[in-house]
Design a protein around this ligand. Structure first.
Ligand code: DAU
Length: 531
């Protein structure tokens, strides 16, 4: 079969799962050439088709569906008889975290393909879509989604897929583009990314991790094995009526996530202690159920894979193919961890307060009393970093003791620091010594004690000075993000007239170097011109 073949198919594959299974099935049954366009944004996408590396029937092109010029040049070159659009950003949780990519790929990308198909008189455009466009069913209803169900998408993912479905139909109605659409329920099977539920459960168990179940776990999905879905697409491609939509669903109804997990636990010889209920997904759709009578009646399709047998085969596949899922798993769990961090950062943000000096933060975390005394988190780096918008990478941990009546002079360094008294009472004065700061010369003072626990995040360039309050020593920790080098320290006289700090001590003991600190005016003459 030649490279340019009028009978070839043009597959738009993306992140691989359903498209990969379709291509692998197809090539075992047909000798038609296929052109596979994939932008390989995910690690592992190319590995899906590793077995086809030397297969002349499979022409692989790396590219983006939004790249109209590329699509048009490919259509001109290969003149395919059909386009199958598998391309989609498809993970609901990711769509909640960053919707933009979903709109770009799923809506703009589909539009770019449709437009190129129209210009090149493509004879069949098949669009692979989802049952999520219909929204959610009540848990106790016997209703199912069907071809006439109104669209009511709830997540950015399903809304973007709904948008793409509407565009596909609009291109048929407006320009007469020959289209078909399939809307399928939740797929499972080989080559599914470990970010999706079933592979996540299996791979977590293989790696000895807990199974995270969102909310109460009583969410129902209409699970279909990917081979059943691919067979439905194949039938629609060959026998489907142009302009029509077909819904595709599985064999088992009303299996909720918890029941599904119990099946997997049984297959893998584990018990329910592996289950962990976690915070629910926002806007989580309760139930999907698909009425597939239309495709059954018109094209003779039905799902042939029963859940119990094929779940076992899916578990076997993941057990034998960790070379494939391990790199993806790392990426997927990285994503989930990031989401957990973002949620926890939001929860603790209220404990970090801005002050009148930009960048200077007061951290007042709650104290939990217990049998030994109390427990307190000093800070959470993700919360701090969310507020400072930068990484605060601690390089050095320091501990200082300050005796009563001694004042450590007002000094500014080139590192950021977090300061936290652990015993005794302390007074701290912070002055803005950043020559270009709009609050240059501004002072904030703070009292610290066991009953008034707080930490300060002091960005570089702010002058800071502390002394013990009362008659006892104060011990404090300070964590800095550079190895200490005193040579770049700037210091100002503790009793500078312009700063006018209200010290709790009238005649402090100063070290020799702190006795010699210059005034603010002397150190920053440019800030006092004409004053
Ligand atoms: O209905 C078809 C759609 O099904 C496809 O179009 C989507 O591409 C696909 O992602 C899927 O959407 P879901 O949100 O239903 O799939 P997911 O695998 O993310 O989650 C399945 C169920 O499991 C859902 O109720 C959320 C729950 N879940 C999921 C994960 C990842 C958990 O309880 N814990 C988890 O860790």
């Amino acid at each position: 079969m030649g490279l340019i073949n009028r009978l070839n198919y043009f597959y738009i594959n993306f992140k691989g799962f359903i498209g990969t299974n379709f291509i692998l099935d197809w090539l075992t049954q047909s000798d038609e050439e296929i052109i596979n366009l994939d932008n390989l944004t995910y690690a592992g996408s190319l590995e899906n088709l590793a077995s086809l590396k030397d297969d002349k029937q499979h022409v692989f092109i790396k590219g983006d569906i939004c790249d109209s010029t590329l699509i048009i040049s490919l259509l001109t070159k290969y003149k395919p008889r059909a386009i199958i659009n598998f391309a989609a950003e498809s993970h609901v949780d990711r769509s909640i975290a960053s919707p933009e990519e979903f709109v770009v790929t799923n809506v703009t990308g589909t539009w770019a393909l449709l437009d190129a198909a129209r210009e090149n008189n493509v004879k069949h455009f098949h669009h692979v879509s989802t049952d999520e466009v219909f929204g959610s069913l009540d848990l106790n209803t016997s209703k199912k989604f069907h071809e006439g169900t109104l669209y009511e998408p709830k997540s950015p993912y399903s809304a973007s897929k709904a948008g793409s479905d509407h565009l596909v139909r609009a291109y048929h109605e407006t320009y007469g583009l020959p289209i078909t659409i399939t809307n399928s329920s939740n797929n499972y099977g080989p080559y599914q990314d470990a970010e999706k539920f079933i592979p996540r459960v299996i791979t977590n168990l293989i790696e000895g991790k807990k199974i995270p179940i969102y909310g109460d776990g009583k969410y129902v999905r209409d699970w279909i094995h990917v081979e059943d879905h691919c067979r439905a697409i194949d039938l629609v491609l060959h026998k489907g009526k142009i302009g029509e939509t077909y819904l595709v669903g599985g064999q088992v109804k009303n299996t909720n996530n918890l029941e599904l997990v119990k099946k997997i636990l049984k297959i893998m010889g584990k018990d329910e202690n592996e289950i962990e209920f976690i915070t629910d997904r926002p806007g989580h759709d309760r139930k999907y159920a698909v009425d597939w009578r239309k495709i059954n009646k018109e094209l003779g399709w039905e799902p042939l894979h029963d859940l119990d047998t094929w779940l076992t085969k899916t578990v076997d596949w993941y057990m034998s193919n960790d070379w494939w899922w391990k790199p993806l798993k790392k990426e997927a769990e990285g994503f989930y961890e990031e989401q957990r961090d973002i949620k926890s950062a939001d929860k603790f943000k209220e404990f970090v307060k801005e002050t009148s000096i930009p960048g200077l933060l007061l951290i007042e975390m709650p104290t939990y009393k217990d049998a030994r005394g109390f427990f307190r988190e000093v800070t959470r780096m993700n919360v701090l970093e969310k507020i400072i918008g930068d990484k605060f990478k601690i390089k050095q941990w320091n501990h200082a003791k300050s005796k009563p009546k001694v004042v450590r002079g007002l000094h500014a360094e080139s590192h950021n620091k977090l300061i936290y008294p652990v015993s005794g009472k302390m007074f701290a004065a912070i002055a803005d010594l950043r020559a270009d700061s709009p609050t240059f010369g501004k002072v904030e003072t703070f009292n610290f004690s066991e009953g008034n626990p707080r930490a300060l995040y002091i960005p570089k360039g702010l002058g800071n000075s502390v002394c013990a309050l009362g008659t006892k020593n104060v011990n404090y920790l300070y964590l800095i993000d550079k190895y200490y080098d005193g040579s770049d320290t700037k210091a100002v006289a503790w009793d500078d007239q312009d700063l006018n700090i209200k010290w709790p001590i009238k005649k402090p003991i100063l070290s020799q170097r702190d006795k010699e600190n210059p005034t603010l005016r002397k150190l920053f003459p440019e800030r006092f011109v004409g004053k």
